[in-house]
Ligand binder design. Structure first.
Ligand SMILES: Cc1cc2nc3c(=O)[nH]c(=O)nc-3n(C[C@H](O)[C@H](O)[C@H](O)COP(=O)(O)OP(=O)(O)OC[C@H]3O[C@@H](n4cnc5c(N)ncnc54)[C@H](O)[C@@H]3O)c2cc1C
Length: 309
């Protein structure tokens, strides 16, 4: 099929082009995930719809109740906004944990929320995957990590999603037939093969975070090197002014693991819930046992840093 590169100037045009090319396209933002996947043979879409020419996706707007961040704001740019720095420093910590400085200058916030799940047995060259018999995520009939035939446990690796979910963030989605708002945590399925719920033709317009919640947060990320490494475990713990605690984990399940509680709850019991929910398998450079232990370590450290002990 003929390869196509399209560059709409408006949102309306973008969703129309998506509708027309539904069977064989990808939106292109920073391209740091989608293009790598294409070169690795993990994405075969022939049509790329580059949304970077749409001006309204580049804005950051503060209204009375929310901060709305345009989907195309680059991860490196977030720290330049005083409102984000003051109200949501955890989002900057998470953004700074992604990739490398060069990647963060191109990678967008919206693209990070939709970054593809990863697995040691999937993110390999085509010939490597063929040699081991292809896994469930690339048209094989068995999960190489577990030997199972039904479930793909590829890891959810977006770092900013973990911070945003802990901050009760929502996204504004635009489709040809209209738009809607949905909580970030609700767009993920928990199925490693098809990790996201919304339509392929849906476009994220902005990410909105509630203001005046008195959020205090701690972010942590486990990885082999401080740069250029995807997550082996990401955690964000946020407490709001009413004492609501939200624990969010990444890198340990096909979707973000979320546990909610209050300041009055027994912290060890919250940690136990988080460990129990994480469907860890051996698909990472660190063993599942080590990552499980590190969940306990990170959450205890986070509670301590938030003076909750
Ligand atoms: C070496 C390397 C290291 C990396 N390390 C990390 C890491 O540590 N943590 C991490 O989280 N990520 C990491 N990444 C992945 C990637 O860089 C980030 O996830 C990045 O934020 C993706 O944003 P992007 O704008 O480049 O997305 P793109 O690659 O342009 O798009 C990603 C996906 O989102 C879709 N998309 C993008 N924008 C929209 C939109 N507005 N509406 C609908 N669909 C959209 C695309 O179609 C595609 O499916 C790494 C990548 C590389 C190459």
């Amino acid at each position: 099929m003929e390869k196509q590169y399209l560059r709409p100037a408006t949102l309306k045009e973008a969703v129309q082009l998506a509708f027309e090319n539904e069977s064989d396209f990808r939106f292109l933002a920073g391209g740091t995930d989608v293009l790598v996947n294409k070169f690795q043979g993990n994405d075969s879409a022939n049509c790329l719809i580059d949304i970077t020419g749409i001006d309204e996706l580049h804005t950051v707007i503060v209204n009375n109740k929310h901060l709305n961040i345009g989907t195309l704001i680059c991860l490196d740019e977030l720290k330049k906004y005083p409102e984000i720095k003051k109200e949501f420093p955890v989002l900057i910590d998470a953004a700074e944990a992604v990739g490398s400085p060069t990647i963060r200058k191109t990678a967008t916030l919206g693209g990070n929320l939709l970054c593809e799940n990863r697995c040691l047995f999937y993110n390999q060259s085509e010939w490597w995957r063929e040699a081991v018999g292809n896994c469930l995520k690339c048209d094989g009939d068995v999960c190489i990590a577990t030997g199972g035939k039904k479930n793909c446990f590829s890891k959810f690796v977006s770092d900013t999603a973990i911070a945003l979910i802990s901050l009760d963030a929502c996204i504004e989605v635009v489709e040809k037939k209209g738009g809607y708002i949905v909580r970030v945590e609700d767009i993920y399925t928990g199925n490693g093969i098809t990790p996201r719920k919304f339509e392929k033709t849906s476009l994220i317009k902005s990410i909105s975070i509630p203001l005046n919640q008195g959020f205090r947060s701690v972010f942590k990320k486990l990885r082999q090197r401080e740069t250029l490494e995807f997550s082996s475990l990401t955690s964000a713990v946020t407490i709001n002014k009413n004492g609501k605690i939200k624990i969010v984990l990444g890198g340990v399940d096909p979707k973000p693991v979320v546990v909610e509680g209050t300041i009055a709850d027994d912290k060890q019991s919250l940690i136990k819930q988080a460990v129990k929910k994480a469907r860890l398998v051996d698909n990472d450079v660190y063993s599942r046992e080590y990552r499980k232990e590190m969940i306990v370590v990170y959450l205890n450290q986070s509670f301590e840093e938030l003076s909750l002990y």
